[in-house]
Design a protein around this ligand. Sequence first.
Ligand code: F3S
Length: 413
Amino acid sequence: MHLTDEEKDMLSGKHGEGVRKAMEVVVKFGELYDAKRLLKVKNAHIDAAAYTTIYDAGTDFVEFLGKNGARVAVPTTINPGSRDIEHWLAMDLSPEFSALSERLENAYMALGVSPTWTCAPYQCTSVPAFGEHVSWSESNAVNFANSVLGARTNRLPDLVDVCCAVVGRVPEYGLHLTENRAGQILFKLEGFGPEWFRETSDFAVLGYLVGEIAIQRVPVILGLPDSTGKDQLKALSAAAASGGSTALFHAVGHTPEARTQEEAFQGRTSYATVSVTPEKMNAVRARLTTAAHGKADMVMLGCPHASYFEVLEVQKLLAGRKVAPGTKFWIQTSRTVYGLADRSSLRKDLENQGVTFIKDTCIMVSDTEKDWGFKSVITNSGKVAQYVPGLAGGMVALMSTAGCVEAAVKGAW
Ligand code: F3S
């Protein structure tokens, strides 16, 4: 791999042992992909934020970098950690677990990472420009950055993401290269009436369906309505990344590299065409809904972390009603969105109605050993439907946001 003089200096230890180790990891990782050189990045987003994703060994590594003089070289945001930093007791976490999370949080602060603790940095702090090279991890954020913003990043592994932030570079391979961003498989929406794709969970179901079929190919979606918005594309990004491993999709007329179908495919031929129909969508939704009808133990919104406008929508749908006793209603969000809600009456009003804001974290990356005690989780998120049964226990019902709010008020679904 070709390295500049500055990069060679980093690798030689001239900038300290922490930077040397980070550069060694980045170069070795690049060699795995036959990268010819490193690219400078404008910003970074770290996924390896939760204690339950990297445990003690990962924490030791992040501490090692900081203690040996490393600092992030570019503005760097970070994913949810394993606890609500202010209100971890409200999550019923143990002091021992909280301390493990705090140690990792401190290690990142020592590196100079911005304390965003959110998986949706693109909706508050960090919005890369079209064509910009960035080093991001976190599957939904990578998919959103590539697809909806037109920035360029691969889905970096945990801890490699930290090393890239420290050296401010990524190996040039995969989705950094224009030719690898061409669409490969066409998904045609057919037979949908105007009632479809008005709300989040339809996009989550579509994302899951597309991700499962496309796997690592770049999907092109044809037929989304003009009304499609950023929060809906966020739901699609998250579900496609968890249903398969989609890191880039094109939606013709909606995403910046797909003003036309020809542009999305870069003039090439589609590998295959898949017809997406209401019947197929209903079948995926039914498959992801594993909970038996009855009591709603937990209503969970905010995966990926809720935007301010999604929180506003909940207030509108609740229309002054209260959450049923015996049902928990969590909105997972960033500290930034929570701060906005706090400065308006939104936070107070929703809390008075029985909603709990969980910030800095989410249930899937919090204490995965803990018995949360939920038998049924009602959600509008395809990613929750995919991961909650394995990571937090409980069976899931995938519903519209309005359906989730009604389940919270009735205490049943
Ligand atoms: Fe974010 Fe947790 Fe979902 S990190 S994307 S809220 S699983």
